[in-house]
Design a protein around this ligand. Structure first.
Ligand code: ATR
Length: 275
């Protein structure tokens, strides 16, 4: 069997082995997928060791996505722009290839699974860290009318606006602080890690109308604090990041195996029916 793994620290919570295990069973691909906890100072050694022993592909998670990007010999265009990589593999000549499937996963979950088109829509993105940088390119490629990046540290949002100015096309791309965003928005994506601290980005209630779709890139066993707030404001649709997680995995699987897994059935297996 071909060997794959997710590398992170910590990694025991990762759902990737389960997801890829289901993909493999479903498609009949002869592969195994495990989790590897790399010591914080030994990411490069762990990756090199894995491939030296015949490993075929790696997913990379917190806190190593930037290091994976640096380690690569060749980066896909989308990985290049994301500044981070979540998918590694070797090409025929043994070069370490890096891709980033996070943005594609988010866009696919929104457009295909949830039926929410981004084209010509007014979008608010909360946060300006690595998670947001990783998804901006694919979001802009959908040609929204407007993308506002709001962040606690506004200068970081402005930095992303500069970085992605060339990808904006006809999209009006701007930066703001949370308190000054002008809603309501068609779509709000929460890409901050505020929920980890039990915090909410202090966005005004007026950002949400009864036609707003809210997407929290985080997920948890129960509704995230951000999505709870969005529900209370009467958002039309409230989604969490489980779909993105499964779709980014599917995109990695396609890169490695050349086969598209069926994500719907995996979605049903992973998501306990919610009230
Ligand atoms: P990630 O890889 O998850 O994006 P990151 O690069 O550290 O991690 O970025 C974290 C993001 O969450 C940043 O936008 C951060 O805001 P700052 O740039 O102002 O630090 C945001 N964030 C983290 N904790 C937050 C909180 N309690 N309230 C609001 N925003 C928060």
């Amino acid at each position: 069997n071909d060997l794959y793994a997710v590398v992170g620290n910590p990694v025991s919570h990762s759902k990737s082995p389960r997801i890829h295990g289901l993909f493999a069973a479903q498609t009949g691909e002869a592969m195994e997928y495990t989790a590897i906890q790399a010591p914080l100072e030994e990411f490069a050694e762990t990756v090199r060791g894995f491939f030296a022993q015949g490993g075929k592909g790696l997913n990379v998670t917190v806190p190593f996505k930037e290091q994976a990007w640096e380690l690569a010999d060749v980066r896909s265009d989308r990985a290049q722009k994301a500044g981070a990589a979540n998918t590694l593999y070797l090409d025929e000549s043994g070069r370490l290839m890096a891709d980033n499937t996070d943005g594609a996963g988010l866009v696919r979950d929104l457009t295909y699974n949830a039926g929410v088109s981004l084209r010509d829509r007014k979008i608010l993105i909360l946060g300006a860290g690595g998670a947001v940088r990783g998804v901006l390119g694919p979001i802009l490629a959908e040609q929204p009318a407007e993308v506002t990046i709001a962040n606690r540290t506004v200068v970081k949002a402005q930095g992303l606006v500069s970085l992605f100015a060339d990808d904006a096309g006809n999209t009006s791309l701007g930066a703001a602080g949370f308190a000054t965003v002008k809603g309501p928005f068609d779509i709000i994506v929460n890409g901050t890690s505020a929920s980890l601290m039990g915090d909410l980005p202090p966005v005004p209630d007026t950002a949400i109308s009864d036609r707003t779709v809210v997407y929290d890139m985080m997920y948890a066993a129960s509704t995230t604090p951000f999505n709870k707030w969005a529900r209370e404001q009467g958002a039309e649709k409230v989604l969490d990041g489980v779909g993105m997680l499964i779709e980014q995995a599917a995109e990695s699987f396609r890169i490695w195996r050349g086969v598209s897994p069926d994500t719907k059935t995996v979605m049903q297996e992973l998501r306990p029916p919610m009230a």
